[in-house]
Design a protein around this ligand. Sequence first.
Ligand code: ATP
Ligand code: MG
Length: 218
Amino acid sequence: MPAISLSNLVFCYAKGDFVLSCPSLDFPHGELRLIMGANGSGKTTLSKLMCGILKPLQGDVRIFGKPSSALSLGQIGSDVGYLFQNPARQLFAGTVWREMVFVDELLGRDLEASAQRAQDLLERFGLGALKERSIYNLSGGEKQRLALCTLLMGGAQFLILDEPTVGLDRQNREILYTIIDDLLEEGRGLAVITHEKELISRYSNARKIKVERGQVLV
Ligand SMILES: Nc1ncnc2c1ncn2[C@@H]1O[C@H](COP(=O)(O)OP(=O)(O)OP(=O)(O)O)[C@@H](O)[C@H]1O
Ligand SMILES: [Mg+2]
């Protein structure tokens, strides 16, 4: 069973005339796929369909075998993590530490285990010294790494990264590539939307999916 499986999708927004269509397309566990295409071609729309933020008008999205229409965003989040094109949009809890632990607190999970995982992840992502820092006072690269950490806190086994290199300098891009390598090494699957030549050439073995004016070409 693939991590995410799309079949014969048609989607359009309530307003506007953009239509996205996608034939059958599977995203397997443990593999990297690159999603490429011009501005406005529909890459972000496709990725939001893949993680259930948007629901198709026709066709079927299956996430770890279950139709996305039957799953809440909370349920999906424990399998699939979505890193927004602007990761600042997904941070809101106040401090770095609060951002990491608030979901587990809300759900009444084992707080000791949660704190340990949060600590381990922050250290691994180079954010260990920033626990008490306000999320508004992080650099772009730090915000992105924190957003990734929160997705991993949720347990996501498959990650979708929407243009993750945009706005990162060379050093932060290198850190990101190392994170991608590590996630793959751990057996997680990834779909990365990008037109960054450096990333594409670094992962030249990854299968590429093109989106052209709303058509997903596989
Ligand atoms: N909420 C919305 N309502 C109506 N139309 C939208 C909405 N969001 C996006 N669109 C339109 O859908 C089309 C595809 O947008 P999308 O964001 O998926 O493109 P993209 O390939 O991710 O572009 P970029 O490379 O600039 O991020 C665009 O024409 C856009 O204007
Ligand atoms: Mg986009």
